[in-house]
Design a protein around this ligand. Structure first.
Ligand code: C2E
Ligand code: MG
Ligand code: MG
Ligand code: MG
Length: 280
């Protein structure tokens, strides 16, 4: 009986009149114009060295200032961009904007490293490395490559390990670091990880957020710290939401931390205020 109802429901379902589909189609076409209309913006979240407490770098996190819907988070539009091919101009905009900003901070005396997220299709883009090389060698994006870190997830890397290994090698030759993002949520092969020229691992926030109350999360984070160090990588904990967690991470020997307890992702102005405060 209920199955019959389900069938009827399915028969009458028309994606063109589904309000969610409508909204998605609209978002998709709006995103085409977002770049031209200058509606995309990068926020920057500080990363600290846990032992010194000093801000050593920032992660660039994209937002979309949508004219009607307000500030949209990446999970609300990056998947569209990936499916529509808009991810290529979007990634290019992110890289150019982040490098330019990092260079401005250098001039102002803030020696910060910048971490940039690269999605699956952008990492598979055969032109990515050449583009980075071009941007780093001249103009307002010209920076020492050691200031740049590219973040990719385990699954992006493992989905095409042969191409991934080549890209990692090329990035290393340029002097750009690579971090494995959201570590622990994907399907890394340890046999590959140990051979790849990776610089650091970011233990996923789902393990870090409740560490202070959850012993099994602490065990996972400790094992990941040891794994990273034994492979010669540094380790970043993301999702540090309270002081208790930061204290435990310090005891466990974690290198770097990022999270709401330290700072939310900030606009350029807000970040510069924070930098001025923490340096004075
Ligand atoms: P991610 O790279 O793992 O970035 C960390 C996410 O965790 C960010 O969400 C950040 O705001 C959030 N976060 C930071 N500290 C805390 C904390 O203490 N607690 C909690 N609960 N969350 C925290 P956001 O900005 O919404 O970004 C989500 C994801 O979107 C990112 O995950 C990244 O995968 C992707 N993304 C962001 N910017 C870009 C971009 O420029 N290009 C691409 N391709 N993807 C991006
Ligand atoms: Mg990231
Ligand atoms: Mg992450
Ligand atoms: Mg994530």
């Amino acid at each position: 009986y209920s199955a019959k109802h389900k069938d009827i429901g399915y028969l009458f379902y028309d994606p063109k009149t589904d309000p969610h589909t409508q909204e998605r189609l609209q978002l998709n076409s709006d995103l085409r114009h977002a770049l031209e209309r200058d509606e995309l913006v990068l926020y920057y979240q500080p990363q600290i060295n846990i032992r010194t407490g000093k801000i050593i770098g920032v992660e660039a996190l994209i937002r979309w200032q949508h004219p009607e819907l307000g500030l949209l988070l990446p999970d609300q539009f990056i998947p569209f961009a990936e499916r529509s091919g808009l991810i290529h101009p979007l990634t290019d905009w992110v890289i150019v904007t982040a490098l330019r900003q990092c260079k401005k901070w250098q001039f102002a005396g803030h020696d910060l490293r910048i971490a940039i997220n690269v999605s699956a299709r952008s990492f598979q883009d055969r032109k990515l490395v050449a583009r980075l090389e071009e941007l780093l060698s001249a103009g307002e994006t010209c920076l020492p490559a050691g200031h740049i870190e590219i973040e990719i997830t385990e699954n992006i890397l493992m989905s095409d390990i042969e191409h991934g290994a080549i890209v990692l090698q090329q990035l290393r030759e340029l002097g750009i670091s690579v971090a494995i993002d959201d570590f622990g949520t994907g399907y890394s092969s340890l046999a590959y990880l140990k051979k790849l020229p990776i610089h650091s691992m970011k233990v996923d926030k789902s393990f870090v957020m409740n560490m202070a109350e959850d012993e099994s999360d602490t065990a996972i984070v400790l094992s990941t710290i040891d794994l990273a160090h034994n492979l010669g990588f540094s380790i970043v904990a993301e999702g540090v939401e309270n002081k208790g967690t930061l204290d435990i991470l310090n005891k466990l020997g974690c290198d770097y931390a990022q999270g709401f307890h330290i700072s939310h992702p900030l606009s350029v102005d807000m970040l510069e205020k924070l930098l001025d405060q923490s340096e004075s």
